[in-house]
Design a protein around this ligand. Structure first.
Ligand SMILES: Cc1cc2nc3c(=O)[nH]c(=O)nc-3n(C[C@H](O)[C@H](O)[C@H](O)COP(=O)(O)OP(=O)(O)OC[C@H]3O[C@@H](n4cnc5c(N)ncnc54)[C@H](O)[C@@H]3O)c2cc1C
Length: 365
């Protein structure tokens, strides 16, 4: 029989700067309290563990709450909201309001998590797991659950390690953002063939002297209309079938050397800034070999965000078929929660309906 971890302790968070509002803890008013789990999780079987407190994970927990199922969210960062804090620009595709950047969505997400009384353990990195046995291990603890929702998101792909490139790390930009002075009257090289590379080029060319887009192959993920817009701009040039070799300069970056992937010819392009837009890698190495994935490391999902392992569900940026959008991640969370409820109540009756938290009651408070 599944048993809730019922012992809790109340922990007060006090902040030196109460004006900060971007983290879960910051969402709590000074002197406010939040329930954290206590006891020995090694001995306790939880009903649902959610790995990752991004939009997918949080929405799954909220929907489970609606079904009166308690879950535990495990998050390696000290903040909730996953990739939200990395979004510097307005979010134009979320139909629930206008948000100037990801942090404004994150603030709302934190507030909702707090009001719903979600159980969250932050600063807890899952480093090992056995999905078939439904165990997850951090540096200090082993967690066991009847069902698991994987929502670990993705991270930016980095350039391969190379000393000649790394010495210019101050001139290499991975994250989009204002960087207003970095581009004025400069020669910029952007590596990538997707829409991020092209949006970046069209934006940066407004202040840069020249923008050169370099693609490693002759295949493009960017939509044709963006490529056309770039081609129409006389200060944007683009090359394909070129791979990065090295960068050079005296005190800062001055030139980047590429090699042709077709005939090996060397091409040198003047550049004071290098912008890298070569895509994302799903955070799924931990689950590799235990669950069905595609060649890019995305977890294959079926109906209800189910995976090849019974009782393990996945959603958000780590799944295929998927689409890396906030609305999709949130929807996956909701869909998975419904399927998890079904799994716990019907497929693997693990819940005693008499022991459900009462409707609307805050979990563990
Ligand atoms: C720069 C940028 C701009 C974007 N702009 C938009 C936009 O305008 N509109 C839009 O719809 N979408 C946008 N997105 C995409 C959107 O942010 C993602 O689709 C969404 O955040 C995915 O949610 P998720 O919950 O799947 O993953 P994430 O938000 O990435 O959350 C995953 C969480 O899992 C945690 N985690 C990972 N591994 C572990 C582990 N081993 N143990 C514990 N925790 C772990 C991570 O720390 C993270 O908090 C943007 C993304 C970026 C990076």
């Amino acid at each position: 029989m599944t048993r809730w971890i019922e012992e809790t302790y109340i922990c007060s968070f006090r902040f030196a700067d109460p004006s900060m509002h971007s983290t879960y803890r910051d969402c709590l008013n000074v002197g406010d309290s939040v329930a954290l789990l206590k006891g020995n999780p090694n001995d306790d079987l939880l009903d649902v563990i959610i790995v990752g407190a991004g939009p997918a994970g949080i929405n799954c927990a909220l929907e489970l709450n609606e079904s009166r199922i308690k879950s535990l969210i495990i998050e390696r960062k000290s903040t909730l909201g996953g990739a939200l804090e990395e979004i510097p620009s307005p979010i134009p595709n979320l139909a629930c309001g206008w948000f100037d950047n990801g942090k404004t969505v994150q603030t709302g997400l934190c507030d909702t998590a707090k009001r719903a009384g979600l159980n969250v353990v932050t600063d807890e990195n899952i480093i090992e797991c056995n999905l078939h046995e439904k165990t997850l291990r951090s540096a200090n603890r082993t967690y066991r659950a009847t069902s698991i929702f994987l929502a670990t998101g993705y991270r930016l792909k980095q350039l391969p390690q190379s000393e000649s490139i790394e010495q210019f790390s101050n001139d290499i930009i991975y994250r989009s953002g204002p960087h207003p002075d970095d581009f004025v009257d400069r020669d910029i090289v952007i590596i990538g063939g997707g829409e991020s590379a092209y949006y970046e080029a069209l934006d940066r060319v407004k202040t840069a002297r020249k923008v050169t887009i370099v693609n490693r192959s002759n295949r493009y993920k960017a939509p044709v209309f963006l490529i056309r817009q770039a081609d129409e701009n006389p200060r944007i040039e683009r090359f394909e079938n070129l791979e990065l070799v090295s960068a050079s300069g005296i005190n800062s970056m001055e030139e980047i050397t590429f090699r042709s992937t077709t005939d090996g010819a060397i091409k040198k392009i003047p550049a004071q800034k290098l912008v890298v837009k070569i895509g994302y890698t799903p955070n799924t190495e931990l689950f590799s070999g235990q669950i069905d994935m595609d060649s890019s490391g995305h977890i294959r999902i079926g109906p209800g965000c189910s995976t090849s392992v019974a009782g393990v569900f996945a959603g958000g940026d780590i799944v295929t078929p998927g689409f890396d959008r906030l609305a999709v991640a949130m929807a996956h969370g909701v869909i998975a929660a419904k399927a998890i409820a079904n799994y716990l109540f019907i497929e693997k009756p693990a819940l005693d309906p008499n022991k459900l938290q009462s409707s609307g009651q805050k979990a563990n408070t």
